[in-house]
Design a protein around this ligand. Structure first.
Ligand code: MG
Length: 250
């Protein structure tokens, strides 16, 4: 099932994506999904980022092939950091290249959107806390990341977290092809089979530190091939079984 958040007639709604239409649901999808009889043509809506996070929690290094590319040792625990919810944008919205930034990088990532409040979640129980999976671009001001030593400024500019196009509920997060295209050229091409830390482990690990809330977003790290974007470029994250998230840099 694909769950979308979208703008229709100036109102924010949630719905279930079908071939030609979206079936409107009542309220938000975090509890029980209640279908209405309203079918909206897909070309009449503007898709929004499919989450309402109190926080966006990101994993730093989570692909074996990326660690090898960087010549880094496999970490024994995930490195995590936060992006503010104000960084989030939806499909087709513009990534703003900030003045004063020397290198703006893409990072294609599998995003997880949380369904219910949780703390100290056991790995075996993870699925009950996941609403769905989506594409995410962890946009990074690489020069500021190097300069500052810690990552808040480099990861937090408005528009630095494109998310979408919708949530897929029925996929296995451990076996998905993930790609990034810059202007239709493949730059990143890997699989979540290369995760160092699995989705269940990451959810359990984070929930031992902080309470996760409905609508929170987890970014699961990026594969090899990270690189720079310039104004006018198109960045597209494509994940098997989910879809494509495309944003232009301005
Ligand atoms: Mg990242």
């Amino acid at each position: 099932m694909k769950i979308a958040r979208f703008l229709y007639k100036k109102q924010i709604n949630w719905g279930i994506v079908k071939k030609e239409t979206i079936t409107l649901i009542t309220g938000e999808p975090y509890k029980k999904i209640i279908l209405t009889s309203t079918e909206i043509p897909r070309d009449k809506v503007k898709l929004l980022a499919p989450a309402t996070p109190s926080k966006i929690i990101c994993v730093g290094l989570n692909y074996k092939d990326h660690a090898a590319e960087l010549g880094m040792k496999i970490p024994d625990e995930p490195i995590i950091f936060l992006k503010p919810p104000t960084a989030m944008i939806g499909p087709e919205e513009k990534i703003v290249y900030p003045g004063g930034v020397g290198q703006l990088d893409y990072e294609a990532e599998l995003g997880i959107v949380i369904k219910k409040k949780g703390r100290k979640i056991k790995e075996k129980d993870y699925a009950g806390y996941v609403l769905g999976y989506t594409c995410l671009n962890d946009v990074t001001a690489r020069d500021l990341q190097r300069k500052d030593g810690q990552w808040t400024r480099a990861k937090s500019f408005d528009t630095f977290c494109p998310l979408g196009p919708w949530l897929e509920t029925k996929i296995n997060p451990a076996d998905l092809n993930i790609r990034l295209y810059l202007n239709e050229e493949i730059k990143q091409d890997s699989s979540t089979k290369n995760f160092i830390f699995s989705a269940p482990f990451i959810i359990s690990f984070i929930s031992k530190i902080m309470t996760i809330l409905p609508g929170d977003v987890i970014a699961t790290g990026t594969p090899p091939g990270v690189g720079p974007m310039k104004r006018g470029d198109h960045a597209k994250v494509e994940i098997e079984g989910i879809g494509e998230l495309e944003n232009q840099i301005t």
